[in-house]
Design a protein. Sequence first.
Length: 463
Amino acid sequence: MAKYVAEPFRIKMVEPIRKTTREEREQIIKDANYNMFNIHAEDVYIDLLTDSGTGAMSQEQWGAMMIGDEAYAHSRSYFRFIDSAKDVFGDWAWFQLVHQGRAAEKVLMPLLLDKEQGKDVAISNTFFDTTRGHVMLTGATPIDCVVEEAKDSKLRVPFKGNMDTKRLRELIAEYGDRIGVVVMTITNNSAGGQPVSVANIKETSAICKEHNIPFCIDAARYAENAFFIKRDEAGYQDKTIKEIVREVFSYADYFTMSAKKDAILNMGGLVGVKDPEAPALNGVKANAIVGEGFLTYGGLNGRDIDAFAVGLQEGTDYHYLEYRIGQVEYLAERLDEAGIVYQAPVGGHGLFVDAAAMFPNIPWYEFPGQVLAVELYKEAGIRSCEIGSLLMDHDAEGNPVQSAFEFTRLAIPRRVYTQAHFDVMADALIEIKKRADKYTRGFEIAWEPPVLRHFQVHLKPIE
């Protein structure tokens, strides 16, 4: 029997959610062009589209918002935030506030990648969608370099998010000075929320230093990654989450971060620059002023900056992380009992159902992950997200790109849903699996934008 880790908090305020009928949902998803991003939130019963900005803030965060200093420059909120950031990440030369993670990428990536200057290749353990998009917008080519173990969803080994360092060396030998940056995504979202070990981060950093390549961490889920390190990597069981985080970040030159994940904030992001002499430091400041606002507010209200400072601390609390990851493990155990395949072991922020295994008769170019997402919504009003070949944009020559994975991601908002909601998720997936052999066709694209297509794409069922 699956065991549920009890919440390390009690509920003080609730938000009503409405239920719809299956008939209503079938019309809603059709009107949305079978795109989960087009469904109105009020028509969703359990919203697992993303864990970004959807968490419940604590009473301490709400209280901190009441003392927010809205001064345009060098507010008290800013300095409270800097103290908190240094406590968590270490004494970096510069922390640049921005309004969210993709803004951090927009600020930093053009400084490291420039096709005209010959820096037209970027490598990652796996790029997530917006990072990949910002790499491509510079004219550079993103290359994923995750370990082979990640490509077998049934294989239960730790740290399936790791960089394949042998292949990284081969890519460096092939592309040489054309490589503008190596990005380590922690946890590795597109590979199923899989963690990355300290040993792998350290080795990747050393390879980058050997070849004078900037090493950047995509840090959206830095605290969850630290939890897995503490639990599963030898030598770290007696370390605190903060001690692990500081060591991880000591190996990087830069980091980008969406604060909407592990900082449990509704809006916010960060760019970190370690070296005060870093070539990109002045460019980070200039790009932030042009695109985000003055350096000390970076597109955020003072009250949000204070909530950010508190959220950084709460996100590294061990008991909170144990509960959060325990929720996903509870769902995974229920799926194990039903024989439903997912990226195992589960990562921190969600469960990634292997839609290709669920629907073996649907080819990758008909997007089995989207089929499962649509069926989940029809079945129980659950909104999820495809992480597969639909997520991948066309390559530079305009050809479709097959993803290494065909997942349907159930991203879990922080401190939002209870055990009963997780049982609804499991029951819905079990019902779909019972009729899985009846699904033989997927979707075709009716319209798509040139970049980050999955946010806007229009789909139609293939009859």
